[in-house]
Design a protein around this ligand. Sequence first.
Ligand SMILES: NCCCC(=O)O
Length: 388
Amino acid sequence: MTAKLHAAVIGGGAAGMATALELARQGARVTVIEADALGSGSSGRSVGVVGTQMTDPFQLLMRRYGQARFREWEGQGFRFNHIGYLRLARSAAQMRALERSQQMQEEAGFRARVLTPDEMVRLIPHLSAEGLAGGIFGPDDGFLDPYELCTFLGARLRELGGEIRQFCKVTGLARRSGGYRLETAKGAVDCDVVVNAAGAWAPKVAAMFGQQLHIFPERHEAMAILLDQPLDYTMPMVMDLIDGEGTGLNFRHEKPDELISEIHKVSTGAPSDPDDYNDQCMDESREYLAELLLERLPDLPGARLGRGWAGLYPITADRRPFAGPVDPAEPGLITAGGGGGYGIQLAPVIGIAAADWALHGAVVSAPGLEALRPSPDRNRPVGQEERP
Ligand SMILES: NCCCC(=O)O
């Protein structure tokens, strides 16, 4: 009998936990090492949206794999709120892109429908369609609680014999014959492969291994919108952004009398230090968000901004996640992360590809995902480009 491969996953956010579960499902022995609590980094600060209203075929391919996992987890009792997702378009060219998206989604087995401005207002009576050419709506999309996702994956991992060490920082490492020794605050962990799923901290972890990893931590804020009374319809996720064009404003129902809103516009202003950044909302952001909301939802009764918070989008140069080895000469050191503002919905895909690399040295179970390897042309400094 051969001993099980032992994988250490550094980081207990969505990408780390999804990778850990994929590894365990494929028979590996898994130890997750999390410096804080599960979901305490960017994952727990995400608005938790999962959708397929994308115009880029590769983005849709990733979601085909990801949605299959979400449906499977939902079948095992995980809570997923199917409130729908509406992406807004402002021009005829964008409407053509959405029509192509509808067709690609149909081929992928997803339900989606291009809507006229009147149809959007019927769906969302408080929406102002001023300046809009239409949109695309997917009724099966929705949101989940990212913290719940991390703990759910943790429970599944434990069922498969995996171990989770929380509040356990990696303090050092050594390469040893055929593997690694990780020094942690709670003792050493000897393993065959290491998955760096440390989110915004992943470049720091990579540096401990002498590797340079270009994941740019960009600060983003989200806020609650409190309502005097519940709306008599469900506010789906509404997103004003197509291929980098639009304000990035998005909002969705959270509770009957509460929406959540943020601006998903990647601009790579200045990187934030994950150990030292302002995790609250700034006054000027509240003003800007209120301005955008008043334009798009001008008559929402009694609406006012409530609590706010900030988190970090871990962004890569081409805005696609990393899953695979940075250095082909060191195949036992796998990166899993860089989901940008899409980290929750891309976590299952990152997990599938990263686990394949760790166990098979290649992507074997999900054709197309080999493109996620952080190859030198992808693992490069993040510039000022603006993409979705
Ligand atoms: N940053 C949250 C938005 C994600 C999405 O639209 O899919």
